[in-house]
Design a protein around this ligand. Structure first.
Ligand SMILES: Nc1nc2c(ncn2[C@@H]2O[C@H](COP(=O)(O)OP(=O)(O)O)[C@@H](O)[C@H]2O)c(=O)[nH]1
Ligand SMILES: [Mg+2]
Length: 307
């Protein structure tokens, strides 16, 4: 175990300094007061014994600093002696565990009616426009955009503008009656993308119970994607997920990966909720390019870039 010297003006200060540097894992071997020549001052010199961190502690610290959940790391690392003593092997093992534990879905190809829910400002409208363009141009599908916009002033215009740019039909829905009628009218489309701007989870649930019968009578299902921002704190991602979870979420879309380097929050969240697959990630404001379906690869590359 390496020895270290800590100097301060009093023994108490020297001890505190040692604690700040080495945490609780050190042992005092000796302490002495040294008189400073030509003055009546003394200083204290502590000789301490500092344990060498094990390779697994070092790797754990790096992942913790990057925001990865400590409890998850501890259960994942386990006690496999073959990797515990080798930093590179352990790092590779943890990275592959992150990769394995995030659930990503295939590109959503057959989901005809898709609604996007989530708080204001996370990127619902922008990403609906990206997807609309992708489905219309790459998959050559017939796409219609619907807007449930009771509350958010201007929301209708924003989606309508995108629809106009993309040369797609846009319909604003103002009541449940409207919605029922429009759902019948959009039968001929391959994709019906719905922006729920201004609807709270409660509003959406009420609306769903009102339209369920019409979906059932057409053997249709409403595929629900929760849109979240990578900039949100982990606790906020969790709260939002809980607020919307009674809707039976089918997928997650996470936006704004281009705006942060710190994605431990998102990784922890995705691992915890890996029953809801991640279908897309958004990496910028540009329509239609800044959306990806190969989410895990991107997330892992980005995380590795910070190691
Ligand atoms: N940098 C960045 N900005 C985004 C991304 N997704 C959406 N935005 C921007 O976030 C803002 C809010 O997006 P908007 O689609 O209106 O959010 P909504 O309220 O959920 O519909 C707009 O300025 C978007 O251009 C993204 O992935 N990266
Ligand atoms: Mg919007």
């Amino acid at each position: 175990m390496p020895h270290r010297i800590v100097i301060a003006s009093t023994p108490h200060e020297a001890y505190t300094k040692a604690q700040q540097r080495y945490g609780i894992h050190f042992r005092v071997l000796s302490a002495r007061q040294i008189a400073l020549e030509g003055t009546d001052e003394t200083i204290c010199e502590l000789l301490v014994d500092v344990p060498q961190p094990s390779p697994s502690d070092e790797v754990r610290d790096i992942f913790i600093q990057r925001g990865i959940d400590g409890a998850w790391l501890d259960t994942t690392v386990g006690s496999d002696e073959t990797i515990l003593h080798d930093k590179e092997k352990l790092t590779a093992y943890l990275l592959s565990s992150i990769y394995e534990n995030i659930h990503e879905s295939q590109e959503l190809e057959d989901q005809k009616i898709m609604m996007f829910v989530g708080p204001t400002g996370v990127g619902k409208t922008t990403n609906i426009a990206k997807l609309a363009s992708r489905y219309a141009r790459e998959f050559e599908q017939k796409v219609v955009l619907l807007n449930l916009d009771r509350l958010k002033k201007g929301a209708k215009e924003q989606l309508a503008l995108h629809a106009n740019d993309l040369n797609l039909t846009h319909i604003a829905i103002e009541s449940i009656g409207d919605f029922v009628r429009v759902l019948r009218e959009v039968e001929e489309y391959d994709r019906v993308l719905i922006d729920s701007a201004g609807f709270s989870p409660f509003d959406i649930e009420q609306m769903m119970s009102n339209i369920e019968y019409i979906l059932a009578s057409h053997q249709q299902k409403m595929h629900i994607t929760l849109v979240l921002s990578a900039l949100s704190k982990e606790e906020d991602l969790e709260d939002i997920y809980q607020n919307f979870s009674f809707l039976d979420l089918d997928a997650l879309l996470i936006s704004k990966f281009d705006e942060t380097r710190h994605i431990g929050n998102v990784i922890n969240f995705l691992i915890r909720h890996n029953t809801t697959p991640l279908s897309y990630i958004s990496i910028g404001q540009t329509i239609p390019n800044d959306i990806l379906c190969e989410c895990k690869r991107y997330i892992l590359d980005k995380f590795v870039g910070t190691l």
